[in-house]
Every structure is written in C-alpha cells, then in structure tokens.
Design a protein around this ligand. Structure first.
Ligand code: PGA
Length: 250
C-alpha cells in the first residue's frame, strides 16, 4: 500500500512573515494520525524561516526549482548543494509553469533531476498535457514523452527517490479539476509505462500525485482512485484550512 503524499506548492506567493504564519498553523493543527506524508514548498527566500517554524514536525520542506550546475557563474540560480545546506530534502522539477512560462525543455528538466539524484535529494517530477494536446487526443503521447525524457535509464534505487506529479496544464489554477476518471486514466497509463521501463514492482512502489485545482471538497474522491497516491496543491495550499482539509481527505 502506497502512503499518500500531499505537497503544498506555494509558488511565488507569501512574504516571509506570511510563510512562517502558514507553517506555524500547519504545525499546530496537523493531526498526529494524519494518513499522509506532508510537505511544503515555499519560495526560496522564505525557506530558512519556514524550516525553523517546522522544526520537530513531520512536515518536510522542498524547493520549487533547482539548477543543474554545481556552482559558478550562473547568476540567479541555486544548486543542489545549496538546497542540502538549507536543510531541504527534495525539489520539484518540470512544473508546468517552468516548462510553459519560463520555457524549460525536457532536456533541462532531466539535467535538474539528475543533479538532484546525484546529491541524494528526492524529486517530484511534474508532467501534464496542455488543453490543445488533450483535445487533439495527444495526452498519452505527451505523458510518454515527458516520462521517458524524465526517468529513462535511472537505476531502480534512483527511481525510489522520484515521485511523479500528473498535472494537466488546463487544470492548474483554473478551478477546473480533471474528473476522477481522467485522473485515474492518466495515472494508470503512467504506472504501466513505468512498469514497462523498470519493473512492475518498481511501478507499484512509485507514488503518483495529482495536481490541478485540488481542493478540500474534491480531494477525497481524487485520492480514492487506485492510482492516485497524493496531491500537489497550489492555490489551496496557501490557507491552512483548505490544505488541512485536503490532508484529511487522504
Ligand atoms: P493549483 O496548482 O492547485 O493552484 O491548480 C497546482 C500546481 O501547480 O501544482
């Protein structure tokens, strides 16, 4: 049985004080018997303060992005060693906003994933189709391309550090959630693909989060799908009430 994994991606929101206040509320109110692994992903500048606020709690903390070079003349970028130094255990790669707003390619996403694994950090690899791709019947082809580029050739041990987040681009921040059938179908497709690339055992261990307008009132149904193992939450992660409501749905 895969344990649910709920991560809150705060994106480019929150002052440091707001981030600390949100973290403190989560620490105070997260039930001791929560049925999920829980993580928050604050903006870089709030990480040190949020880490302090989370000290001693089971809530993990990750980064929204990372750069693949080790150090040097890469103005504005953050390395995997810097993430470790700041006490982080994982980072997102390939979020749709980085792919489609910032212009990251599959190859860049892969270099970031490789850099994180080389430094023994965990990864949430985000994948997902755009609306026009879904309407053109290309959803599975897009997922296959992103997954193959993202994880083909990893060792079985490296794969245990990877979580995949299926986030249909048309559902992110739009209030439009994928139906439970659409989510389950994409997750099943993803798991079967990973089984073919690695093994059925590895695929059964892989956690696949759903992301895209997850809210307290739709989380339970989504998380009840056999291949939906958690959620990557944006907007609803910015309020303790709604994020805790999602965790309660696990
Ligand atoms: P959303 O964002 O929950 O606001 O749709 C999800 C995400 O981008 O990870």
């Amino acid at each position: 049985m895969r344990r649910a994994y709920i991560a809150g991606n705060w994106k480019m929101n929150c002052t440091i004080a707001e981030a600390v206040s949100l973290a403190e509320q989560l620490v105070a109110r997260l039930p001791g018997d929560a049925n999920a692994d829980v993580a928050v992903i604050p903006p870089f500048l709030a990480i040190a303060a949020v880490r302090k606020a989370l000290a001693g709690s089971p809530i993990a903390i990750g980064a929204q992005d990372v750069y693949f070079e080790k150090n040097g003349a890469f103005t504005g970028e953050i390395s995997t060693a810097m993430l470790k130094d700041a006490g982080l255990s994982f980072a997102l790669v390939g979020h749709s906003e980085r792919r489609h707003v910032i212009g990251e390619t599959d190859a860049i996403v892969r270099r970031k994933l490789d850099a994180l694994l080389a430094d023994e950090l965990d990864v949430i690899l985000c994948i997902g189709e755009k609306l026009e791709e879904r309407e053109a019947g290309q959803t599975e082809a897009v997922l296959e391309r992103q997954i193959t580029a993202g994880i083909m050739g990893l060792t079985a041990a490296q794969l245990t550090r990877v979580t995949i987040a299926y986030e249909p681009v048309w559902a992110i921040g739009t209030g439009k959630t994928a139906t439970t059938e659409q989510a389950q179908s994409a997750h099943r497709f993803t798991r079967n693909l990973v089984a073919g690339m690695f093994s059925r055992e590895a695929a059964e261990q892989l956690r696949i989060q759903y992301g895209g307008s997850v809210k307290a009132d739709n989380a339970k149904d989504l998380l009840a799908q056999p291949d939906v193992d958690g959620a990557l939450v944006g907007g609803a992660a910015l309020k303790a009430d709604s994020f805790l409501g999602i965790i309660a749905g696990a």
